[in-house]
Design a protein around this ligand. Structure first.
Ligand code: EPU
Length: 343
């Protein structure tokens, strides 16, 4: 076998590299800090063609086994204001930066626009992969372009929003570019002048509670952080990967059917006549809050989140997830689709 000069690490525990805190070992792991590191990998005689698994902050992955593919841990740094246009600021961030760190940095620089997306775990590079979203804003609404390195040619390409094919918790990086391309830098378009995106029930409640009808970006950021902290477990304290299932989209007819049987069902009509249902509500209605399989459990404040109470294996999380899927299907006839990538 050809000799590699890459600074590979062997037998690396992934437990602290996934927010679920699940046990798994990477046979080999490579940390990449630049596009040049990725080109060296592509040109490497021993590893250039080997299967690869791209890891960011590990906030959207469920490890059920050790990983034989080469784990590429993206650690590209950098935060900068690239351009000030009359109608927007353009900010660039390295894929290895923490997402919440970016949100905080932009606010400190007086560049608001990402505050609805505060406290989402994970890295900047992972954010476009699943088009993260919260409280009425999705990444695609603040996106300018990104750079990615092709794992076959080693070339860096720039993709705009159309090329990324953003959908609800979806993009080209979950589809045909999965495992083929590594995001290294992301550019954001923050509209000027800043206007808050209100409208979401929990945010309107904060407005009423505090009596502040015209919040500034900093206040708004504090509201989003408070709402998330009240509902969602902090992965630093209790392992989890955020929402475990996507909110399912059903036809108008299917939605009416469910409303007839369960008038309380939380649903949001979509422009094409279909409706998105709150998966958390469906799971909650089936009585899952607090239920567990081994160390894996349904979070007691938000049924859409599965947590590691301590010592859970990926297999236990999968068993729990399947049982939830079966029970929701049995009662509502809806198949829930997991958000995290199962390895
Ligand atoms: N609900 C229940 N019981 C539950 C959970 C939710 O009845 O156990 C009801 C809530 O009362 C509410 C509705 O379901 O009426 C929706 O709940 P929530 O507002 O908490 O939002 P969600 O639909 O559960 C989505 C995203 C979150 C994002 C929030 C806020 C998905 C899969 N999840 O959750 O994203 O933070 O909206 O915008 O779209 C993530 O993707 O990891 C994530 C946390």
């Amino acid at each position: 076998m050809s000799v590699s000069t890459l600074p590979l690490e062997a037998g690396v525990s992934l437990r602290t590299l996934n927010t679920f805190g699940l046990p798994a070992v990477a046979a080999h792991l490579l940390r990449v800090k630049s596009e040049a590191d990725l080109r060296r990998l592509v040109d490497d005689p021993a590893w250039g063609l080997a299967p690869k698994f791209i890891l960011g902050g590990g906030s959207n992955v469920l490890f059920t086994r050790d990983v034989q593919a080469l784990v590429v841990k993206v650690e590209v740094p950098g935060l900068r204001l690239l351009e000030t246009r009359h109608d927007a600021w353009i900010v660039e961030a390295g894929a290895g930066e923490s997402w919440h760190g970016l949100v905080q940095w932009t606010l400190e620089q007086g560049l608001p626009g990402l505050e609805n997306l505060a406290l989402i775990p994970g890295t900047v590079g992972a954010a476009p992969v699943q088009n993260i979203g919260a409280y009425g804003v999705e990444l695609k609404d603040r996106f300018e372009s990104l750079d990615a390195v092709d794992l076959v040619t080693g070339r860096t390409v720039t993709l705009d929003a159309a090329a990324c094919r953003f959908g609800y918790r979806d993009s080209v990086f979950k589809q045909h570019l999965a495992g083929k391309s590594v995001i290294t830098r992301v550019r954001f378009r923050l509209p000027r002048p800043w206007t808050p995106v209100l409208g979401y029930l929990d945010l309107e409640r904060k407005r009423a509670e505090t009596g502040i009808s015209d919040p500034d970006a900093r206040t708004f950021f504090e509201w989003v952080c408070a709402i998330r902290r009240a509902k969602l477990p902090d992965p630093a304290v209790i392992g989890n990967a955020g929402s475990f299932f996507k909110n399912p989209v059903v036809s108008a007819e299917q939605c009416r059917d469910i409303i007839d049987r369960d008038p309380e069902v939380v649903h949001y009509p979509l422009p094409d006549g279909s409706a998105k249902l709150a998966a958390g509500w469906l799971i909650d209605a089936c009585g899952w809050k607090g239920k567990a399989v081994g160390g894996a459990a349904v979070y007691d404040k938000q049924a859409l989140v599965l947590v590691n109470r301590g010592g859970a294996t990926g297999g236990e999380v999968v068993t729990l997830a399947r049982a939830i899927q079966e029970s929701v299907y049995g009662r509502f006839g809806i198949r829930l689709e997991p958000e995290p990538v199962v390895v």
